[in-house]
Design a protein around this ligand. Structure first.
Ligand code: NAI
Length: 301
């Protein structure tokens, strides 16, 4: 296996001033990438801004002999971040959508501001950066994109309706972009990480936060951004040195006769079979998903 290198590759890492993004930026910079270190420098809850967050990381990459430029825009102005890459380095090869905030509240206490801010930073921000980079990647027939989801989106998490909505939404975006980008050599994947950071220190004991180092997530992200990687459309859970891939699982399901009709009572009677995961399927495309539905439509009378 060849070394994972990023020589002459230009990478945007959003939210790279802290936590996970910072570790990606430092390691990609050390492995030859020209890095756009984006960070608004606000609080973990989305207030304020501070240029120092991005500047510190740029200085560290440069001190180690790498190339980097700071960008202080919010990801909601993603076109400006891509413009920084174009103006400074002349192209864009890799986007790591990583910037994030939290506004945890149980649903009955959630305000429109909590909902909108989470949507804006995670979903609209990732959309704006990716949408601005996309034509350049298509044009040059090369691109690698990472979206950052969360187990909260995959499984749900108490007090995080807004965050869970955004995080699973990103995986939906990623899966579709993987289809649209494949023939242009633009590969798109999603990670659901766990790492100690200022986002998790509010909900985890300090010793766990310290042990869950962001450096344990970094190798997967660099592997997926490698030019030798052909992975696309994947969803990976990662943290503490463990990496696994996630896929959808669906029961064999139950067929009802649409000619004879069927009732809620029939559904009740078949409930055990509908929910029985024995010999379950793993549809990987919308065509595979639709197959039993279309077959039931065409079932002989
Ligand atoms: P962090 O708070 O250490 O870093 C996030 C960075 O994003 C901060 O530097 C912040 O200034 C920046 N940022 C926030 N809003 C921004 C905006 N509008 N524009 C540009 N930059 C902005 O957090 P951490 O833990 O490193 O999180 C990184 C990503 O991983 C986030 O998307 C988060 O939701 C996700 N994640 C993290 C988990 C964890 O266990 N740490 C778990 C699941 C997901």
């Amino acid at each position: 296996m060849s070394d994972v290198r990023f020589d002459d590759r230009v990478v945007i890492i959003t939210g790279a001033g802290n936590g996970l993004g910072k570790t990606y930026a430092l390691e990609m910079g050390a492995r030859g990438a020209k890095v756009v270190v984006n960070d608004l420098g606000g609080s973990a809850f989305g207030d304020g801004s501070d240029k120092a967050a991005a500047d510190v990381v740029v200085d560290e990459i440069k001190a180690a002999g790498g190339e980097a430029v700071a960008n202080y825009d919010s990801v909601t102005d993603g076109d400006k971040i891509v413009q920084t890459a174009m103006d400074t380095f002349g192209k864009i090869d890799i986007v790591v959508n990583n910037a994030g905030i939290l506004r945890d509240k149980t649903f009955h206490k959630m305000t429109d501001t909590d909902w909108d801010l989470i949507y804006d930073v995670h979903v609209k921000g990732a959309y704006k950066v990716t949408h601005a980079a996309w034509p350049h990647m298509r044009e040059q027939n090369y691109g690698r994109i990472i979206f950052t989801a969360s187990a909260a989106g995959i499984y749900g998490n108490f007090g995080q309706t807004n965050y869970a909505m955004a995080k699973l939404g990103l995986h939906g975006m990623s899966q579709t972009l993987a289809l649209e980008g494949r023939n242009k050599n633009v590969f798109v994947n999603t990670i659901a990480p766990i790492a100690g950071s200022r986002l998790t220190e509010t909900v985890m004991p300090q010793e766990i936060v310290d042990a869950l180092r962001p450096e344990f997530v970094m190798p997967l992200v660099l592997k997926l951004c490698d030019e030798n990687s052909s992975e696309t459309g994947g969803l990976y859970e990662v943290g503490a040195g463990w990496i696994g891939k996630v896929r959808w699982e669906r029961t064999k399901g139950t067929n009802f006769s649409i000619k004879e009709g069927f009732t809620p009572e029939d559904v009740n009677d078949a409930w055990e079979e509908i929910c029985d995961f024995t010999d379950a399927d793993h549809p990987a495309t919308i065509q595979e998903s639709n197959r039993p539905i279309m077959m039931n439509l065409r079932a002989p009378e």
